[in-house]
Write a protein that binds this ligand. Structure first.
Ligand code: NAP
Length: 427
């Protein structure tokens, strides 16, 4: 198994690749903040990317924002470009874990996964792109297992809160949990909020290529997961949710795909009972429905053609009614924003046989935290990395391509997240 220890030839516990990106800069700050706490204080880390100038600026900014002038001299800089395999190999040889923030992953992700697997570095990313995530599982799982390397995708807001939230709900349920629906709501302060254009681009290319995801899934040749209890009914394309007292739509991110892969892993590797899952997002009142329908129609139309995609990419703010922007949210906007995911589960109480009758017990849990994209995501990514570094005995025995829930189900990741502002609770 690839070591979780550094050595003279592999000097860094963590290398943040794509540190100059909008998200990367906040991952750098989160690593800097976290390694100075407790046992993390002895971690050695570096930042990586293709532009030395930009990387120096990121370190300078982190040193100023966090009042840590030592960052300027203590954190090394590695130059690596996705288009230059030798530079990726050289980076991966020096890292125990690569925190990969270079997206869209469908364009830039695979060479980094390949270099990590070939050079014995574990890989953690924040992709929310099912096609990339499932494609890496199809193409690299066996090789990663042989090399003892863990490749763990979707360790950001997509999809740690949802994936670990379903596991948490199952743990707290007294009996056999059979189905969970989650409802996401996001809040913003007086300054409002938005999402950086990097995620907008990932979404555009993901939707335009959704046909490929279906054919990729067929290659796994999976038998459907068994249904325990009543079959979870899929809600409509838009409905009023009594759970969150507002209108809601199916959640379009990677959560359903990731949770399903985790459930399959737990059924196949640990013979656990599968939990069905449906993910929804609150959209507010009638005014927002009209905006969303209009934006959705434009998006579906334009995303099909290359000229349309170019327009969407060029004018994110216009086409998303301000939800996405090239500048990304300001720090003030981030401070005022938060998320909440409410999980509504049902199943069989301890005394009831799951093979008999209908589910007879319910549970409600919450995962809540700060702004999703650039506060919660770095926290989740860095805590995932620290869990991997310090709890190797609780990870699956074999390396491979895993979801967060599959790789961290036996670790203390949830406790760590609780201590760092992403809170799990039973209502
Ligand atoms: N899971 C979540 O909830 C979540 C949250 C936030 C972001 N994300 C994902 O994270 C990804 C990044 O988003 P972002 O908004 O940070 O995007 P971004 O600002 O555009 O950052 C992209 C990064 O990739 C680097 N890059 C591009 N091409 C490269 C190459 N050939 N070689 C090396 N580096 C290269 C860029 O380097 P330069 O600076 O040199 O151009 C930059 O550092 C997206 O896929 C996004 O969806 C996910």
């Amino acid at each position: 198994m690839a070591s979780v220890e550094t050595s003279p030839s592999r000097p860094y516990h963590l290398v943040v690749f794509g540190a100059s990106g909008f998200t990367g800069q906040f991952v750098v700050e989160e690593v800097a903040r976290t390694v100075s706490e407790g046992p993390g204080g002895s971690l050695k880390w570096a930042i990586a990317g293709r532009s030395r100038q930009k990387l120096d600026t990121v370190l300078e900014q982190a040193a100023t924002v966090l009042s840590k002038p030592e960052l300027r001299t203590e954190v090394d800089v590695i130059i690596a470009d996705v288009g230059e395999p030798d530079s990726l190999a050289a980076m991966c040889k020096q890292a125990v874990i690569v925190l990969n923030c270079v997206g869209p992953y469908r364009f830039f992700g695979e060479p980094v996964v390949k270099a990590c697997v070939e050079n014995g570095a574990h890989h953690i990313d924040i992709s929310g792109e099912p096609q990339f995530l499932e494609g890496m599982q199809l193409n690299y799982n066996s090789q990663a297992a042989e090399k003892g390397v863990y490749v763990v995708g979707s360790c950001g807001f997509d999809s740690i809160p949802a994936d670990m939230g379903v596991l948490y709900t199952r743990e707290q349920f007294k009996g056999t949990l059979t189905a969970v629906e989650s409802f996401l709501t996001v809040g913003s302060g007086p300054e409002g909020g938005c999402i950086h254009d990097g995620t907008w681009q990932s979404a555009i290319y993901g939707f335009s290529d959704s046909q490929k995801l279906r054919s990729l899934r067929r290659k796994f040749n999976h038998a459907p997961l068994a249904t325990v209890g009543s079959k979870l009914r899929r809600r409509g394309a838009m409905f009023f949710s009594n759970e969150i007292q507002q209108y809601a739509v199916p959640f379009m991110g990677s959560d359903p795909s990731v949770v399903k892969r985790t459930q399959r892993f737990l059924v196949e590797e640990h013979e656990e009972s599968p939990v069905q899952y449906g993910a929804y997002a609150g959209i507010g009142g009638l005014g927002n429905i009209i905006k969303l329908m209009f934006a959705g129609m434009m998006f579906w139309f334009f995303v099909k053609f290359s000229f349309g995609r170019n327009l969407l990419i060029k004018y994110p703010e216009f086409f998303s009614f301000g939800l996405f922007s090239k500048a990304g949210p300001t720090r003030k906007q981030m401070e005022g924003s938060s998320f909440q995911i409410s999980f509504h589960g049902e199943g069989y109480a301890e005394e009831q046989d799951p093979a008999q009758g209908r589910p007879n017990a319910k549970i409600r849990t919450l995962v809540q935290g700060p702004e999703c994209g650039y506060v919660a995501t770095p926290i989740a990514m860095v805590q995932a990395a620290l869990t991997m570094l310090t709890e190797s005995a609780s990870l699956p025995k074999k390396g491979g391509v895993y979801t967060p829930g599959a790789v961290f189900s036996k670790t203390t990741l949830i406790n760590r997240l609780n201590k760092h502002g992403i809170q799990f609770s039973v209502v």
